[in-house]
Design a protein around this ligand. Sequence first.
Ligand SMILES: O=P(O)(O)OC[C@H]1O[C@H](OP(=O)(O)OP(=O)(O)O)[C@H](O)[C@@H]1O
Ligand code: HPA
Length: 183
Amino acid sequence: MKLDRSQYEGVAARAECLVSHEEMETALDRMAETITERLGDKDPLILCVMTGAVITAGLLLPRLDFPLRVNYIHASRYQGATSGGELAWRHRPSDAIRDEHVLVVDDILDEGITLDQVVRACHEDGAASVQSAVLVAKQRPHQCEADIVGVEVVDRYLYGYGLDYKNYFRNARGIYAVADEDI
Ligand SMILES: O=P(O)(O)OC[C@H]1O[C@H](OP(=O)(O)OP(=O)(O)O)[C@H](O)[C@@H]1O
Ligand code: HPA
């Protein structure tokens, strides 16, 4: 479903900026340093969890100055909604994962169901090792933890830096909490 321009502008006007662009860039620098320490000599396979992680991966990869390869996995459970359902697999590159040191990159750890299942899938597909990095983790219990976290944010519905609200606002230059009336 499309948002019309006035709906879009209303959601943006009512949203609250929780993490600024500058703070996100600092968090990305820190994540890149940690990834380099842990995987810089392992020739890893970076697995971008589409669609939300496209921004995280796009901002992280140029910060990593060592040999690595990139692939993607497509699993989603929100599909434009503000609460998650069953995980739907759209692309699982099983053959490419075998014997690789995999770094799963996602935009957000919320309930942790997606990351848990993606990490399990990588182990099932024969990865040599699996680590995970998320740009944002919500301050709430998760089904699994991430190895590397950019920023921790309160448990509200968020958009920006790849996170969507009704498929919009992935391009917002900060992490924003959607107003209660818009959820
Ligand atoms: O921790 P969880 O509660 O499982 O939620 C996290 C997942 O939700 C979002 O994906 P979504 O299913 O919305 O697909 P998208 O990447 O296309 O937005 C996000 O990109 C994570 O992959
Ligand atoms: O708060 C969120 N915002 C956008 N996408 C999400 N996927 C899980 N949680 C969220």
